[in-house]
Design a protein around this ligand. Sequence first.
Ligand SMILES: Cc1ncc(COP(=O)(O)O)c(C=O)c1O
Ligand SMILES: [Zn+2]
Length: 563
Amino acid sequence: MSSHFIIECLDCGHKTPYFPTSISCPKCESVWREARYDYANLSRSLPLQLPSRPFDIWRYRELLPVRSPNPDLSLGEGGTPLIRAVNLGMMLGCSNIYIKDERQGPTNSFKDRQAAITIAALKEAGITEMVVASTGNVAISYSAYAARAGIKLWAFLTSLVPGAKMREVALYGTQVVKITGSYDQAKQVAAEFARQRGLFLDQGARTVPAIEAMKTIAFEITEQLTAHLGPPSGGAPGQRPTTHWRVPDWYIQSVSGGMGPLGVIKGFSEMKAMGMVDRVPRFGMIQADGCSPMVQAWKQNLDIAEPVRSPKTLIATLATGDPGRTYTILRQRIQTESGGEFESVTDEEAFRAMHFLAKMEGISVEPASAVAFAGLVKLVRAGQIKPTDVVVINCTGHTLPIERTVLGTGWARNVVLPQETGTEVPEEGLLSALSKIAVDRFPRIVIADDNPDVRRLIRRILQSQGNYTLFEASDGKEAIRIAQKEHPDLIILDLMMPEMDGFSVLDSLQAEPETMDIPVIVVTAKELTPEEKTRLQGHIQSLMQKGDFMSDELLDEVRALIR
Ligand SMILES: Cc1ncc(COP(=O)(O)O)c(C=O)c1O
Ligand SMILES: [Zn+2]
């Protein structure tokens, strides 16, 4: 398939077309690969195109790994404001502090970029069900976009994730699996679950679209800073400037697994490669003291981070104990392309930053974002950030609790691992724990409707709030065939279908002993005549009018009939 980009292996340099489901290099099997574009051409064409495009993530579509962006999946991602932090700047004695307000993404964190691009790419590749492990925000974001894309999501969250976040994930119709253990353990369990069930597993920082999504933060910052401060003055007097856009002196972000900064630094580097900026900013990477493997390694000048097995921070979002190779790549890029610093702050410093940011700037952030602001204070106090430096801090996420009463109970499955502190989970323990997540046989439901959009809607209603094995029939004959073969627990039946309509399907079901007892819900757009109503009486359990029922009403009927 022709494409505007290719994938290059970071280990052997082998180049291949991109398929989201193929996760390693066909030549050397490395899982570390990145997208490459036609930078020479884009350096000429992109600056001409951008001024007429809306300010959202898709304005950079030629630099994103999605072949045909689908506006129906969009929630208005990207294009977040760059806000001057006047009061914070005054307190710190720095006049050029800017906040990239990623709280204003559709689910209130910068992970919306990752979700929008990754889910778009996976949808394009035909993925319908997938597994993700998360410290909270990725699961929330993926859940929102998966809902739009009709992708069933299993989210493995550590029990440290605040209940309000778990409930938000569940609200979107994702199956929450709560792991009593560390985030690194949750990742292991998720991977095993995906392997057993043959489901697509999100690859974290090795996910090509995720890195590509994050780099748009760099593109936006340079455009916005240029608007705020004017283009950089470049070159000798009388010479035309060689660059068009302004970069900050520092870019600061809190770090867990490191995907964000890895993407952002790629963004700045690509702009440099296209001649749009003259340099990459220094990177200030901030971790929580109780889980700071990258900071420890950086300070000791090590290329590989020693994993933190038992994170000791209340800030669960940042509790990646083992950053793996992400750290090594990030360190190498920061050293060669920009310079910078890795620093850590205490939970208490972060909580204090939460207060001052809210009180002084009117910006309420989650503790994980506050870590970056506490880091800013530390770097300014240490003299690393100079008073005249232009600094951009990524304000990665908002705090938004979901009330307990909204969801009621029963929205999560619990997996209690045999060893809470160990790194290895014994296999039988894991298997028996996993067997509690999902029973082998889910209730089986046939959705019979000739309209694919209606089937998709009903499928989505069912998969978002329960676990069912679903079969789709696009006409009456197919519905009968599936009913005879699969022995479903329920049939959701349209009345007006070509070939064989719903009334005939009911007659046929009634005529056979093995199908006569299957409950039927009729969902129809048809205004029924009194005769038709009589005809249905005694043969169906429930009648619902298309366009006049809410998802939970259908679900209540389904649950009542299947029980
Ligand atoms: C609000 C917030 N800030 C920072 C981070 C750290 O992200 P990264 O994966 O880029 O290290 C996360 C990760 O989930 C997050 O949700
Ligand atoms: Zn390779």
